[in-house]
Design a protein around this ligand. Structure first.
Ligand code: ASP
Ligand code: MG
Length: 403
C-alpha cells in the first residue's frame, strides 16, 4: 500500500469552508492512488477556548480532566472532515485516539505516543476507506484520555507515518513552509526548500512556530520525511529530511529571534568553587530552564558577576528563588526584560570557519552590543537589546547571503 499521512492544522480547518477545501485536497491524493490517513487538529481557537474555560473553573484544574476537556475540539473537526468526504461519495470515518487506540505514556497534558494499534485502520484502508484520526490525543494504561502538549497533532501525524510506514507525511498549515526568518520581522525572508531535522529542531525551539519541537525529534529518530506546505495555495513547501539528502553550500540556513527572554545579573558573587552550582540548584529543582549563562570575573578576583537568561514567564519565580537562596550572597541584582535572543542556524557552520567572527563583526558594524553568547555545533545565539532585533536580523540575513 502506498500510504500518505496528511495533517491539517487549526487554521486549515478553521471554518466550514476551509473543511470543504481540505476534503478536496484529500481527494486529490486519493485520485493519485494513495491510501490516505488524515490527522486533524481542532478548528483554530477551539483548544485555546477550552483551556481558558478550564482556568475559569480552577487555576489548578485536575490534569486528567484537562485532557478530557481540551482534546474535545478534535472530535468536531474530524467528524466534519469525514462528513464532507462522505458527502462527496468517499467512504470515510473519524477515529478518536481511544478508538484506534493510540497508546501514550508519560504525564497528562504532556504524554508521548508509545504504540498505535494498526488493525482497524489497516482494515479500513484496505476496504478503500479514508480514516480521519484525531490529532493531539491518546489514552494511557488506565484508558484515560491523554494529550500530547500544545501543537501535539504534529506528533500524531509523525507517529502515524512511522507505524503505518507511510511514504510521505505532509503537514498542511497556513504558511507556505519554513522561512529563512520570520517574514513578519523581515520581508526579504525566503522559503527554505529543504532543511535538516537538526536545523528545524533548533529553529522550532528558538521560536519558528511551524511545528511542535518534540514532533520534529520524533521524525528525526524515525527518519520520516516531512513536507510542510500551505492548505490555502497549492505551492511547493519545505522538505524536512536527513542531512545526507541535502546538497547545498549555504553556511547558514535560517535566523530566529525570541520575544520571551529575560536576563538576570547577580553582581558581586563570591568567586569560589560551587557558587554557580548554588545559584542554579534551586532553579533546576523548580523546573526552571536556564538558557544562556556567562560569568565574568571582576578585577580583584574575589568576586564575579553571573548573568543568565530564563523565559519571561519564569522570571518572577526565578527572582523569588534567587532572593530566598541563603547559600549565595551578592551585592546587586539587575533584571532586563527588554532583551531578545538572535540566533543563526545551519549545519554548514560545522565545516565553514569564521562564522562566529562574521556574526559578531556584522553586529558590531551596526553598533549592536552583544550581552550574552551561547553556541552549539549548528547554532550561534547572542542576546541583544530588543530594539535592535530587526536591524540585527536584516544585517545577518544579508551577511549570510539569504536575501
Ligand atoms: N489542537 C491542539 C492545540 O491547539 C493540537 C494542535 O493544534 O496540534 O494545541
Ligand atoms: Mg496547531
Amino acid at each position: 500500500m502506498k500510504i500518505v499521512v496528511l495533517k491539517f492544522g487549526g487554521t486549515s480547518v478553521g471554518t466550514v469552508d476551509r473543511v470543504k477545501k481540505v476534503a478536496n485536497i484529500i481527494i486529490g491524493y486519493v485520485k493519485k492512488k494513495y491510501k490516505v490517513i488524515v490527522v486533524s487538529s481542532a478548528m483554530s481557537g477551539v483548544t485555546n477556548d477550552l483551556v481558558k474555560k478550564s482556568k475559569k473553573i480552577s487555576n489548578n484544574f485536575i490534569s486528567s480532566e484537562y485532557d478530557a476537556l481540551v482534546s474535545s475540539g478534535e472530535q468536531m473537526s474530524c467528524a466534519l472532515i469525514a462528513g464532507r468526504l462522505n458527502h462527496l461519495g468517499h467512504k470515510s470515518q473519524s477515529w478518536m485516539g481511544w478508538q484506534v487506540p493510540i497508546l501514550t505514556e508519560g504525564n497528562h497534558s504532556l504524554s508521548r505516543i508509545s504504540q498505535i494499534d494498526k488493525k482497524k485502520i489497516n482494515k479500513f484502508l484496505k476496504s478503500g476507506g479514508i480514516p480521519v484520526i484525531a490529532g493531539f490525543q491518546g489514552i494511557n494504561l488506565n484508558k484515560r484520555i491523554t494529550t500530547l502538549g500544545r501543537g501535539g497533532s504534529d506528533a500524531t501525524a509523525i507517529m502515524c507515518a512511522k507505524f503505518f510506514k507511510a511514504q510521505k507525511c505532509v503537514i498542511y498549515t497556513d504558511v507556505e513552509g519554513v522561512y529563512t526568518t520570520d517574514p513578519k520581522t523581515l520581508k526579504k525572508a525566503k522559503k527554505i526548500k529543504i532543511i535538516s531535522y537538526e536545523e528545524m529542531l533548533e529553529m522550532a525551539s528558538l521560536g519558528a512556530k511551524v511545528m511542535q519541537p518534540t514532533s520534529i525529534q520524533d521524525a528525526r529518530l524515525n527518519r520520516i520525511n516531512i513536507d510542510v506546505k500551505s492548505s490555502f495555495i497549492n505551492k511547493r513547501g519545505t522538505l524536512i529530511t536527513k542531512r545526507k539528502n541535502i546538497f547545498n553550500n549555504k553556511t547558514i540556513t535560517g535566523l530566529t529571534s525570541t520575544k520571551n527572554d529575560a536576563k538576570i545579573t547577580l553582581i558581586g558573587v563570591k568567586d569560589k568553587p560551587g557558587v554557580a552550582a548554588s545559584v542554579f540548584k534551586p532553579l533546576s529543582r523548580n523546573y526552571i530552564n536556564i538558557d544562556m549563562v556567562v560569568q565574568t570575573s571582576s578585577g580583584n578576583r574575589k568576586e564575579t558577576d553571573i548573568t543568565f537568561t530564563v523565559k519571561s514567564e519564569d522570571l518572577l519565580k526565578t527572582l523569588k528563588l534567587v532572593k530566598q537562596n541563603k547559600k549565595i550572597k551578592f551585592r546587586d541584582l539587575i533584571v532586563n526584560k527588554n532583551v531578545s535572543k538572535v540566533s543563526i542556524i545551519g549545519v554548514g557552520m560545522i565545516t565553514t570557519p569564521g562564522v562566529t567572527y562574521r556574526m559578531f563583526q556584522t553586529l558590531a558594524t551596526k553598533g549592536i552590543n552583544i550581552l550574552v553568547i551561547s553556541t552549539s555545533e549548528i547554532k550561534i545565539s547572542v542576546l541583544i537589546e530588543k530594539k535592535f532585533v530587526k536591524k540585527a536580523i536584516s544585517a545577518l540575513h544579508k551577511e549570510f547571503k539569504l536575501n
